[in-house]
Ligand binder design. Structure first.
Ligand code: NAD
Ligand code: TYD
Length: 338
């Protein structure tokens, strides 16, 4: 059996996805192809790295020669998680976002086409749709209207995928998921940043008025959806994935403070993110109807489990909150960094 090529498998969602596949069947052949940027961490997969048919290859998806070599050896499918994934970093410097998210996706698409790969899943985001008003939800037909350089680079990749389906008949599928949370998330995104700050009794920076709304999904539910799409999704289609769990940032912050029994005085309102999308909500009825998937992890339980995971993984937290991270934190949050 040919291996599945998982790109970006050392990141948050990719590592949870590989773990899910190997939990189902530890003999599943997998190549994890990852550049190990600041967000990639081999420790995210230490518990499954010994599986007999699991192989790690360090490389950049924008490096055509290496990708051609790996794909040319034969892969049954490609699932592309590799990306620069943080909106605030894309505001500081969009160059790596264009390189990895756009050019890297193009390189993968070319290789998939050249070597006749049977299935290509592009892991995209609801952020390509832009921002919602107080009502309604994104469907697969919502026009693309990205507002951050990150979202624009993901939308560009989606359009390239679409064009390879239309022009070359590539059997590719795009998924667009809402905000993930869960174990192994790098503490630059809201939930792990706030948990790890609060565990150290540090303040938490809430952008703007804190009334921006996100639709939260546990990473395991997202990964289960991706496994189904990989297996049974219809080529050429787009599938939205969401948690049906809308929350304003400030309400979420209060919940985290309550879980950790920390005072509200740790909240700091800081200047808003430029171009900050007001609200995301995902209509995921298509994947529910076609593939029988549902989000299964209730948010209160998933959030408590996530807090516990960070409490129990001090070493992991200490490992990622050093060096480069501290520079990023100072640049992003200034005086709050202390
Ligand atoms: P992440 O930042 O945690 O991980 C990204 C991984 O990609 C890292 O392991 C990194 O080393 C690797 N990578 C980066 N550039 C690379 C390159 N040029 N070549 C090879 N590997 C490279 O990201 P994540 O949160 O796990 O997100 C994974 C995917 O899911 C991304 O495509 C993202 O756009 C998408 N997504 C994320 C969310 C979310 O809430 N985190 C929601 C919807 C979609
Ligand atoms: P984030 O986790 O960066 O995800 P995204 O921007 O991709 O949705 O942010 C989630 C929400 O939390 C978003 O509305 C921005 C807000 N936020 C803060 O208020 N403070 C922070 O320090 C961060 C990182 C995010």
């Amino acid at each position: 059996m040919l291996p599945i090529l998982v790109t970006g498998g050392c990141g948050f969602i990719g590592s949870n996805f590989i773990r899910l596949l190997l939990e189902k069947d530890p003999t599943t052949p997998i190549i994890n192809f990852d550049a190990l940027t600041y967000a990639g961490n081999l420790a995210n997969l230490h518990d499954v790295a010994h599986c007999p048919n699991y192989r790690f290859v360090r490389g950049d998806i924008a490096d055509r020669d290496t990708i051609r070599q790996v794909v040319g050896e034969g892969v049954s499918a490609i699932i592309n998680f590799a990306a620069e994934s943080h909106v605030d970093r894309s505001i500081h410097d969009s160059r790596p976002f264009v390189r990895t998210n756009v050019l890297g996706t193009q390189v993968l698409l070319d290789a998939a086409r050249e070597f006749g790969v049977n299935r290509f899943v592009q892991v995209s985001t609801d952020e390509v749709y832009g921002s919602l008003g107080p009502t309604g939800a994104f469907t697969e037909h919502t026009p693309l209207a990205p507002n951050s350089p990150y979202a624009a680079s993901k939308a560009a990749a989606d359009l390239l995928v679409r064009s390879y389906v239309q022009t070359f008949g590539l059997p590719a599928i795009i998924t667009r998921c809402s905000n993930n949370y869960g174990p192994f998330q790098f503490p630059e995104k809201l939930i792990p940043l706030f948990i790890t700050n609060l565990l150290a009794d540090r303040p938490v920076p809430v952008y703007g008025d804190g009334r921006n709304v996100r639709d939260w999904i546990h990473v395991r539910d997202h990964c289960a959806a991706l496994a189904l799409v990989l297996e049974r999704g219809r080529p050429g289609e787009v599938y939205n994935i969401g948690g049906r769990c809308e929350l304003a940032n400030l309400d979420l912050t209060h919940t985290l403070l309550d879980i950790l029994k920390k005072p509200r005085s740790l909240i700091r309102f800081v200047p808003d993110r430029p171009g900050h999308d007001r609200r995301y909500a995902v209509d995921c009825s298509k994947i529910e109807r076609e593939l029988g998937w549902r989000p299964t992890i209730p948010f209160p339980q998933g959030l408590r489990d996530t807090v516990t995971w960070y409490q129990e993984h001090n070493d992991w937290v200490a490992g990622v909150r050093s060096g480069d991270y501290l520079n990023y934190y100072r640049r992003q949050y200034g005086a709050l960094a202390g």
